[in-house]
Each structure stands twice: as C-alpha cells, then as structure tokens.
Design a protein around this ligand. Sequence first.
Ligand SMILES: Nc1nc2c(ncn2[C@@H]2O[C@H](COP(=O)(O)OP(=O)(O)O)[C@@H](O)[C@H]2O)c(=O)[nH]1
Ligand SMILES: [Mg+2]
Ligand SMILES: [Zn+2]
Length: 291
Amino acid sequence: MYEVRLEEGRMIEASLRGRLKLEARTGDRVVAGDHVTLNRWHDAWVVETVGTRHTAIVRRGRGGRRAKVVASNLDRALVVVATRDPAASHQLIDRLLVVAEASGMHPLLVVNKVDLDGERRIAEELTTLYRGIGYPVLVTSTITGEGIGELRTELCRGAAALVGPSGAGKSSLLNAVDPSLSLRTGDLSGRTRRGRHTTVSVRLVALACGGLVADTPGFGDVGLWEVAPEDVEHCFPELAALRNECRFVGCAHLKDRGCAVRAAVARGDVAESRYQSYAALREETERAGLR
Ligand SMILES: Nc1nc2c(ncn2[C@@H]2O[C@H](COP(=O)(O)OP(=O)(O)O)[C@@H](O)[C@H]2O)c(=O)[nH]1
Ligand SMILES: [Mg+2]
Ligand SMILES: [Zn+2]
C-alpha cells in the first residue's frame, strides 16, 4: 500500500494496479515523491499512472543489479553538516552537493551546531566559501534556535531531502521545525545505520506547515554512477563558469597547460578544497566507467 497525499491535502492509502506491479518486479517501482493519478476500484483507491520524474535520487544496485530510483521530484537538497561532532569535511560537503546537482535538485548548505564553543569560526569559513560560489547557506543550532526560522521557511514549501552524515543533527532540525514529528535523535551509530535496513525505501514526512521532507536513513550508497566524467565539472558551478576559457576543448582541468581552472586555483579565485574535490570525483567517475 502507498500513502498518497491528494491535491486538497488529505492523505489516503492506495494500492498498485497490476501493470504497475509488474513494473515493480522489473525495477521501475512507484517511489516516494512520484506524482500519481488515482482511480476508485470498488471501495479502494488504486494508483493508475505515474507522472514524469523531474528529479531522481538513484541508489546503487547491489550485486551487479542496475541502479534504482529511490525518490523522485524532490526539488531541493539540504546538505546538513555540523561544525563539530562530527566535524564537517569539505570533501563530503562537495560530494553531497554534486549528488544533489546531478539529481537535478537545488542544493542548500546547512551548518548546524554553531552553538558549540569556538565553532562559530568554522561556520563562518564555510559560509564565505559556499556563498561565494552561489549556494545558499543556513547557520543553525537546535539548542539556541538560531537559523531555525529560516530553515522552516525552506522546508515548508515543496519537497526537500535532508542529506548529510549521521549525527549532524538532521532529525533534531526536523523536530525543531515541527515538534509534533518527535523523531528519534542521537540514538543510532553510523555502523548500525549501514546495516540491512538502510535499503528500505525512502519515506516522505509531511510537515504540519505543508512541506514534504524525505526521511532518508543515509546516503552512503547514493552516488555518481549516472554521471559521466566530463559532466562532473557541470556540478561545480564555479568550474562550469570557466568551461569555455581553457585552451583545449574538453579540458579535464587536471594539467596546467592552457587550463583556466588551474590558473583560477593558482590565483585563489577557485578554492583549493573545491578543486581537490573535483579532481577526486572526476577520477572516481572515470574508474566507475572502466568497470
Ligand atoms: N550542540 C548541539 N547538538 C546538537 C544540535 N543538533 C543536534 N544535536 C545533537 O547531535 C546528536 C545527533 O543528532 P541527530 O538529530 O540524531 O542527527 P542525525 O543523525 O543527523 O539525524 C544528538 O545528540 C543531538 O542532540 C545542535 O544544534 N547543537
Ligand atoms: Mg536522524
Ligand atoms: Zn581546464
């Protein structure tokens, strides 16, 4: 059974038509975020058709099976990191931003736990770096309430995904935005989360204010398999802006000769950490293509 929210806002339960069940076996299931049309069949609601997906989060198929869509039509990805416990890594932030860009979602960075002693500086550094690239950045604390109002504004429209490392405060932030959710916080270790249950499908949580939020148990196996090496640069806005400046068409930005990106890094116009993330992800997609 699927939970479906009608246009008027009411939640109902619906089952799948036979044809769609068949597709379920071939891998094209109905997933969280799909827009569907319904029909009445005797006393029950039945999902009749599934609309075009505007964005898709794709998860690796295990044991050689093909990758599958786990959520669709999420318009924004909120990348949530903490100043400390766990400390935010530039590499992880960039990877999640790229996954969001590649999935067609608008990314937004949330730097949480800014209340922790001495960690304001880290929040400021991240804010300067990522706002400079053009990403919206929210600085938050579930303890002091800083930034929660802005977060609420973001979450109460459309459908969004919260992604980020375990312990960053995703569930706490959702509770701060909508206390009636009472999500469990701080209870699971990273190890437990990577267990069997993380493959369970994504759920959409309906906030009282009307927004939908994907309650994703973790994005450990969500990645870049759909991204070709030459497309990685498009997921770095500040590199994409330079793409016509390199001397050679199709420049991978990995060698100095005639490369406008390397020159921009040398000048300090592109952050070293961003360039390193680019190079690492580009290499990763190249290796994936060879397998
Ligand atoms: N100091 C501080 N701790 C927080 C904040 N937000 C969450 N935490 C704590 O961080 C831990 C992990 O939070 P949780 O919401 O479960 O993280 P999740 O794994 O991303 O869902 C819990 O112990 C929370 O109480 C914050 O803004 N400041
Ligand atoms: Mg959580
Ligand atoms: Zn180049």
